[in-house]
Design a protein around this ligand. Structure first.
Ligand code: PGA
Length: 257
């Protein structure tokens, strides 16, 4: 996941797919991916990480998790540690997703501890940030992003930030069909880069990938990718269907044929 390399297309399967379904999907997707088009990441349920990672070996697909605990290990019933994810074959973890913030009351301080733990143990991180509809309407987007980024990246070094991708996911666009338009996302990604520039050197900030998530579909994917500051996509619902996700992954391929 070298940030500047290629467009990143990440799928977030949320709480969908059994192991058989996951392995079948990955085998078929691996056969379909046109080489060098995109970096493909799939965040699968915990239970599917090991078989999915095995199936993805030798393909262009990297497997990751959707959450983890911040502790290295311990008496935390039902939780999963970073080193267990790595042991199962995960290469990255999504942290700070708005569904975790909303349904499981995760705050920036907790997310920050997870980010530091993941990076320390050697997992790459997709850190999600984004404002709610009322916050955007109140013109608080920049303030919210600034607060989230500063808090979630507290203590994350210049060197560690290289292993982190920012996913801008406006809460109002997730699973709603109401995607933020490409110009709005581009403008917001520039704001995110400016905020990062207050925390890290210009050289490092230029290389941080900022991807967009929220109701991405084959029909709107290309418009985002065409923008200079949108380095990829985080796809939820549209990553669950093989043909739909394949159209997003192989967008240039399809556009040219
Ligand atoms: P969506 O989800 O594509 O279904 O809107 C995006 C996400 O939650 O990462």
């Amino acid at each position: 996941m070298e940030s500047e390399a290629s467009v990143i297309i990440a799928g977030n399967w949320k709480m969908y797919k059994t192991n058989i379904e996951a392995v079948d999907f990955i085998r078929k997707l691996g056969e379909k991916i046109a080489p060098t088009k995109a970096q493909v990441l799939l965040a699968v349920p915990f239970t599917a990480i090991a078989p999915a990672a095995k199936e993805a070996e030798g393909s262009l697909i990297e497997i990751g998790a959707q959450n983890m605990n911040d502790a290295s290990e311990g008496a935390f019933t039902g939780e999963v540690a970073a080193k267990m994810l790595i042991d199962a074959g995960a290469k990255f973890v999504i942290l700070g997703h708005s569904e975790r913030r909303r349904y499981f009351n995760e705050d920036d301080a907790f997310i920050n501890r997870k980010v530091k733990r993941a990076l320390k143990e050697g997992l790459k991180v997709i850190l999600c940030v984004g404002e709610s509809l009322s916050e955007r309407e109140a013109e608080k987007t920049e303030e919210i992003l600034q607060n989230q980024l500063k808090a979630c990246l507290d203590g994350v070094s210049e060197n560690d930030i290289k292993h982190l991708i920012i996913a801008y996911e406006p809460v109002w666009a997730i699973g709603t069909g109401l995607n933020a338009t490409a110009p709005v996302v581009e403008e917001t990604h520039l704001v995110i880069r400016q905020i990062l520039a207050t925390l890290y050197s210009e050289e490092v900030v230029k290389k941080v990938s900022i991807i967009y998530g929220g109701s991405v579909k084959p029909a709107n994917a290309q418009a985002y990718i065409d923008e200079p500051n949108i380095d990829g996509l985080l796809v939820g619902g549209a990553s669950l269907d093989l043909d739909t996700f394949d159209q997003i992954v192989n967008y240039q391929h399809h556009a040219n044929t």
